[in-house]
Design a binder for this molecule. Sequence first.
Ligand code: 4NP
Length: 151
Amino acid sequence: MNYKTVSSVLFVCLGNICRSPTAEAVFRHRFESAGLPLVLDSAGTDAYHAGEQPDRRSAAAGRQRGYNFSGMRARRVTDEDFEQFDLILAADGSNMRDLKARCPAHLTYKLAMIVQSGEVPDPYYGGSDGFELVLDLLEQAADSWIARLAR
Ligand code: 4NP
């Protein structure tokens, strides 16, 4: 796909309370610094945490690095998301399988991994190191995507 025409990106994880809201916050900050005015949002493949604010551990770790989580509420991926977003980025392989199972065949070209050659591991049941690793991976991924998406 031609990344230079992308104007909106949806980040997807399982619960939409840890990885994908953090991706939204990190990418928004870095894209703005790079002068890339893209529409960003995030969602979960499941609805367990729908309506909740980002996980307090994720938000605390992210705020320490200057990222903004205000106004975020978890939601599940919708059928409309596959039409509306130009690029849909999954945190891990399980998220990608779930997206592929739901995405209309003519739109699967929009699906990719946040980290192109790997995963952003689920930090939910682990210690604080996991949340720092998520941030490290997402900061690197944001810079890689800027290089691909920049006009
Ligand atoms: P996320 O993390 O997919 O990065 O938002 C998780 C949040 C909640 C659960 C699992 C992962 N959970 O099992 O409730």
